[in-house]
Structure formats: C-alpha cells, structure tokens
Design a protein. Structure first.
Length: 312
C-alpha cells in the first residue's frame, strides 16, 4: 500500500495535471463544424483515465470512504504514468469521455442518467473501457411500503453495465473462486483467494454476453431479509443455487466493461453516522479487499488491459 505521504504527493500531482489538462483542453478536443466540442479517442492521448468516486447526495459519505478509494485508484494509475481527471458523479462525464481511454467508477448512489448512459455506450462502442467497482451496480433507490429498506431501481445504466445490485449481507470473510484463469484480467491470481468484504448479490443482465471472472459461495449464512420483501426472489444465484457472480467482463462494440463487486471501505466518521448496531463487529476503519494482494492485482490487470485495449 502506498505510504500516506506518497499518496498525498500523488494527489497534488494529479490535481496540478488536471488543471493543466483544463488549460490545454482546446488543443486536445477539436471543434466540430457546428460549433460543439468533441473528438474521438484517436485524436487524444490514448492512455488518459477519468475517475468517478463519490456518494449521493453530493458531498455525503453514503456509507463509503470515497476519498480512500479515490487515492488508491489514483496511485494505481500513477504506477503506469496514466494521466487522470476526477469527478464525484456523472454530471460532466460527456465532457471527459472523448479525451479518455479508461473510465473508472467507485460510487454509492450516483449513476448515469439516460442521456449519459447513451454517451457512455457510444464511447464504449468506439473502443472505450469501463472499469466499474462495488456500488456502481446500484444507483437510485426507492422506498417500499412497510419496510425501512429501499429497493434499487433498475435503469438504463444497469443494462449497459451488465449487472443490477439487489442487496448484501453483513461484511464477512469468504473465498472467491477465479472462474477465468486464462483471462488477462485474472493473471497472477491462482484459482482462488480469500477476502473480507460485503458479499454482494448482483443480478446479471445479459449472461449470454458476459464472461464470468469471479464467483463466491458464501454459505447458508449469506442471507438477506431483502429477498422476499424488496425482491421476490434471489436472482443473483447461479444455476447451482449456491454461487454468485462477483466479477465479470463483457464486450460492447470495440470496447468493454469489467465489473468487480469487491471493494467496500469505511472510516470512523461513516460508522458514527449510522445507528448503533450491537451485532456489528466491523472495525471503525475498514479497508477489506483493498488490503489484499489479490484485489490490487485485479485492479492493476484491469487498468493495464483497459489502456491497452486487451481486456477480455
């Protein structure tokens, strides 16, 4: 893990680089004949990344330490000298896609609306690569009568992403099985690894176009009261009735999407904002999968594949 001083220095470097990009933007993005600005990825630096990390409402934790995740991801991009822009949500994603080869999202609440989803889809079809993490499979949540829990609303972005978040049981330790050992995305992982994280229940949207990378059988204790109340059935379960998909990749035109459900992290301020739960034994500072070699290897592989166009 990067030393705190190195992380802070890297963040300063990225912020300076970001300001330089904004100053040079006119040189990087061509002006179309109709006066609008834009450009294909072939007109720009091929290795640029755009990172979205944040919660909803704007400025809120939304249960996750987005600052920590953002710094770790910027550090991994810095390892490969990949210049990056950053945002808290998708509000200006259409501005950054034309100058980016790689889109990375770590969000809890923010999601692209219909127009932004179409823009991302066109960008993917042209060769862009989307590395989506953890809460990206969520989005807008609606109230359900008779319960305090909320149900994820399925929107256009779930179809493009390829998965839809249902719920998750409490944080626990579980073994992740590597289903596609020959993929460049799982290179160096072996056949399985153990993490402590939120065991996500995600429903695949188009299994036929999806290459499954990671699965887990968290055992009979991995249950949620949301199944049967918020959702009629557990559509995250695979055909064997035990395993769930935690990572996959899928092609979209000349580009593609890779999603990893792992990556929960929180800090003491986030825990303090929640109602006390005497059964919750999770430490105030939790980085879970982020502190494992396996998860960092996954991220490094995905970033390398994304900027090289070799994901799959």
């Amino acid at each position: 893990m990067l030393h705190e001083v190195e992380i802070a220095a890297e963040l300063q470097h990225r912020m300076l680089a970001d300001r330089m990009v904004r100053g040079e933007e006119g040189a990087e993005i061509q002006t179309r004949h109709d006066g609008s600005r834009g450009g294909s990825m072939t007109e720009t630096k091929p290795g640029r990344a755009h990172l979205i990390a944040g919660g909803f409402p704007p400025g809120s934790y939304a249960g996750h330490d987005h600052d920590y995740a953002r710094l770790r991801l910027l550090g991994l991009l810095a390892e490969r000298d990949i210049p990056a822009s950053v945002a808290n949500d998708f509000a200006d994603v259409e501005k950054w896609l034309p100058v980016s080869r790689l889109l990375i999202t770590y969000v809890a609440g923010p999601y692209p609306d219909a127009a932004q989803t179409r823009a991302i889809e066109r960008w993917l079809e042209a060769g862009g690569y989307w590395l989506a993490l953890h809460g990206t499979s969520g989005g807008r949540a609606e109230r359900v009568e008779g319960t305090r829990q909320r149900r994820t609303v399925k929107t256009e972005h779930h179809a493009l992403l390829g998965s839809y978040f249902l719920t998750h049981p409490p944080i626990c330790e579980f073994r992740v099985e590597v289903s596609a050992a020959v993929s460049p995305l799982t290179r160096g992982l072996g056949t399985s690894f153990v993490v402590e994280d939120e065991p996500y229940f995600v429903e695949l949207q188009d299994p036929g176009s999806t290459q499954i990378l990671l699965t887990a059988d968290c055992g009979p204790s991995a249950t949620s009261p949301a199944i049967g109340t918020l959702y009629p059935s557990d559509t995250s379960l695979q055909a064997d009735g035990r395993t769930r998909v935690l990572g996959y990749t899928r092609e979209v035109g000349n580009g593609g999407v890779t999603y990893f459900a792992l990556g929960h992290c929180h800090n003491p301020a986030i825990r303090a904002a929640r109602a006390p739960d005497p059964t919750d034994k999770t430490p105030p500072v939790f980085h879970g999968s982020w502190e494992t070699d396996a998860f960092i290897t996954l991220l490094r592989n995905a970033i390398a594949c994304g900027v090289s166009g070799e994901a799959g």
